[in-house]
Design a protein around this ligand. Structure first.
Ligand code: GUN
Length: 293
């Protein structure tokens, strides 16, 4: 039996990082400012620490300025917002990312609102989410954009195809639906109360699984020849498992992302690309450069 081609997120991400590193080296050679990224981690969630560590390391490797703020879990809302604002005001910083989820007691929406929309390389500020919904330019959220880059890597034109998104989160489900719509797909968003999810999945030419429940989507539901993008990263008995039953789905899909090695590695590369774009936009707008040290 034929099996679907695996979409290699690691390879696509490496090629994006390589290209960015070259472009940043060119900026440097021209005596121009290189992009700067600040990551803000609050509390001691182990998974968040790993993700933030990766963002810092890859930013440095690409030649960016990489700043890290680590704040205790009992930081006050005002202190956290103060740190966010301080980094947004720095002329050498183009992107400020607050790692989510925040510890209980902190108001995530208020913290995101405090980010300067021009430095919101996560694309989560309501102004940028609004830009996405109204088809205006702006940074797009990293995970949804990563899904789109992987879909595009298959070379399949989405025009008129049925794309089914399972999950309606602000981080992934809703924005990826908008991006698919921009590519002229017919889009359905499913969620925990959708009736007959199997039939919905079975009609998907493109399936984006972003529910956060291990192997909830059964391989036998997948439409033969579909593109399957699995956003799920579920830790089960020390192993990472996606939202899709991989082996069974692979027997039906034309293209499928693995977990790990699919969407995961792409999200950081996309964040770096958003930071680079923000840096170029800042330089084009004539924003002040930091004084030479
Ligand atoms: N935590 C999980 N995904 C994300 C993301 O895309 N951005 C931020 N800031 N935190 C996350």
């Amino acid at each position: 039996m034929s099996t679907g081609r695996i979409i290699d997120g690691k390879a696509v991400a490496a090629s994006i990082r390589g290209e960015l590193a070259e472009r940043i080296a060119e900026l440097k050679a021209q005596g121009r400012r290189v992009p700067g990224l600040t990551t803000i981690l609050v509390g001691d969630d182990a998974a968040s620490k790993v993700y933030v560590g990766r963002k810092q390391r890859e930013a440095k490797e690409a030649g960016m300025v990489s700043e890290a703020e680590e704040l205790p879990g009992d930081v006050t809302q005002e202190e956290l917002i103060g740190v966010v604002r301080e980094h947004c005001e720095r002329p050498d910083i183009d992107g400020v990312l607050v790692q989510l989820p925040l510890p209980e007691g902190l108001d995530e929406a208020a913290v995101i609102d405090a980010i300067d929309p021009r430095k919101d390389v996560d694309g989560l500020h309501p102004i940028n989410q609004g830009a996405l919904f109204t088809g205006r330019e702006g940074p797009r959220p990293c995970t949804p954009l990563s899904c789109m880059t992987l879909v595009e890597s298959t070379g399949v034109d989405l025009t008129g195809l049925h794309a089914v998104v399972v999950g309606r989160s602000v981080l992934v489900g809703k924005p990826v639906a908008m991006l698919l719509l921009e590519r002229h797909a017919t889009v359905t968003i499913c969620h925990s109360r959708t009736r007959d999810l199997a039939a919905m999945v079975g009609s998907a030419d493109v399936l984006i699984a972003a529910v956060g429940r291990p192997e909830m989507i059964k391989g036998e539901w997948v439409k033969p020849g579909a593109i399957v993008i699995d956003v799920g990263i579920n830790r089960v008995d020390g192993k990472l498992i996606g939202d899709v039953e991989f082996e069974a789905a692979r027997r039906r899909a034309a293209h499928i992302t693995p977990v790990p090695g699919g969407v995961g590695p792409m999200t950081v590369a996309t964040l770096l690309r958003n930071t680079y774009d923000s840096c170029l936009a800042s330089q084009a707008s004539g924003a002040p450069s930091p004084s030479p040290s």
